[in-house]
Write a protein that binds this ligand. Sequence first.
Ligand code: ADP
Ligand code: MG
Length: 698
Amino acid sequence: MIPGSRGRAGALGAGAPLSELRGIGPQRARALAAAGLETVEDLLFHLPFRYEDRRRLTSVAALAGEGSYLVGGRLTRVQRVRVRRRGLSLVRALLVDGSGELPVVWFNRPYLPAQLLPETDYLLYGELRRQGDGWQLVNPSCEPAGRALHAARLVPVYGAAGGHGPAFLRRLLDQILDRIDLEGELPERLPPELLERHGLEPLPAALRGLHRPADDADPARLAARRTPAHLRLIYGELLEHQIRLALARREVRRRPKRHCYDARLEVGELARELLPFEPTAAQLRVAGEVAADLRDRGPMLRLVQGDVGCGKTAIAAVALALAAESGLQAALMAPTELLAAQHHRTLEGWLGGRYRLALLTASTPAAGRLRRRLAAGDVRIVVGTHALIQEAVEFRELALVVVDEQHRFGVVQRQLLEAKGERPDLLVMTATPIPRSLALTAYGDLDLSLVDELPPGRQPVDTRLVPARARPRLYARLGERLAAGDQAYVVYPLIEESDRLEAASIEAAGEAVRRALPEVPSAVVHGRMPAAEREQAMAGFAAGRLRVLVATTVVEVGVDVPRATVMIIESAERYGLSQLHQLRGRVGRGERAGVCVAVHGRLTAEAKRRLEVFAGCNDGFQIAEEDLAIRGPGELLGTRQAGGPGYRIADLAADRRWLECARRDARELIARRGWPAAAALLPPDRGAPGDRPPLSGG
Ligand code: ADP
Ligand code: MG
């Protein structure tokens, strides 16, 4: 039971630890802290996820069938009943309300009889169940009339936390609201015109109303999270986050960088000199945006988004060349060794004649010597994996960092690599488009460039869904295409249990493909094989000697073999939409149209929807939005463990419109009132979401 009162009523601060609450000892405080609830404010922002309408009182005579009811009256014949089963206790009573009598039973409330007050009306809310040929109320809440917390009102229902259910949390919040001065502790900081513009309730009233809804509140609107109170909290959180992003960005941009690019370089000219193809208008435009940033006094912070195959590598190449041509060092960071090696090969071909390039991954031979050459400034452009952010790597003067992000690098890695240089310029490229709302959250501190055009002659990939039982026919067709000169990928889902298992299962898959197509030279690649072997297989495939590449998803990330035209994705139901789109993007890169076959087993309704969206849509931007709707933000950013982008209340999928508002308002606020005023809108440092990076390391 709840121990005696500690602390004075009304004296509760928002930042007070939960141990200041009656009923919270050290053990409960620890359990709640583990669930992310440490302070009174944390609990206040732990909103009910739904509300139960327990407002209607039913007279005993009017009870009609099974269901939950609120009844009220005197309790008589209250008695503990002896039961033989150990650990079980029973209390029975009779509720009398003037219209009739209703038997009531409680399990495991042995102290209840002693707590009941004489001559008092009680309100009971619980389930009515059949008992013999009559009815009884089972395990109802039981509170004196006029002071009911769990009944006779719209009752907030909280998600369990720290092993405590809704009733316990309801009592805690009730206590908090009794003891805290909300207006003083959590005053409204937003300017009144913003509240008015969006129809928001001021913060203290909003919090009060959400935990103690007014008697006439509408439960459906509350459930939809669209009351002025909800909107205040959603909008407020998003606005805070946008202001924090803007402040962080300003912090980086404000101090001028030391390095300096050659201002005479002309981007279009450089691009045409270096690239083996005519750049698209979109590539030129984005390269121009990048070049303008590079010439700017503050460091560049830019995100390049574009659909798979739009040619982001070429844009990176131009940026890297701008640095190298100006006598500076630049780095390109890729998420896998395979991709780093491929980027290195590509760039070597385009830029190798002019500048010294190097590849640095965990399996680079003579990495020590390479490091010394980097430190000496001998190597201009280095391509690598996360090995690049290891402590030992030093540059003479790192001016530009390009991150081929592929959704896998978190903010943490980004910042680490940036720290290698004296305020280097940063260019981030995403693998497939990400929904705008996510981009604004995870990358809101970056400027955005869109590559909204594909190189000429691209045809949409013809996508088919094929059930696994049709596999023999599929491979027969594949054989015909290969005989006609095509090349194909066959992709198997990654098996995460162990390296050995992964290697074994992909080898077995390779064997199956060889049996199905005995005449065709094929090879297997996966993430765990020695880099040299993998490189050899990739090179054989790129050169056309190998006709089929059997792979785990290592090919997902940006592999570029323009002659490959067929993509077979096994167990396609196991992939997310963006991943499927990314895989499909491996084919149809040359003149010949690509075909993508998604082979699937039994489908859940969700998987079916996902695959249908995939087959029906070739536009990465549209796919990204669908993916967000289907999977939610956490999954999409690969931050499942971290639980999404770190909002307490806002929901990126449901609240996108508000995110856009918040972004616009944050900018307008800063422009109109200046930085200090914007910073003053942030609550004092109590660990709001913006303090944590929105993404933890991928
Ligand atoms: P992504 O944007 O997915 O990283 P890549 O940079 O890998 O795309 O480019 C996809 C393919 O398109 C590559 O083979 C690349 O050489 C080619 N490519 C890029 N830009 C052009 C262009 N302007 N004209 C023709 N081919 C291009
Ligand atoms: Mg790429």
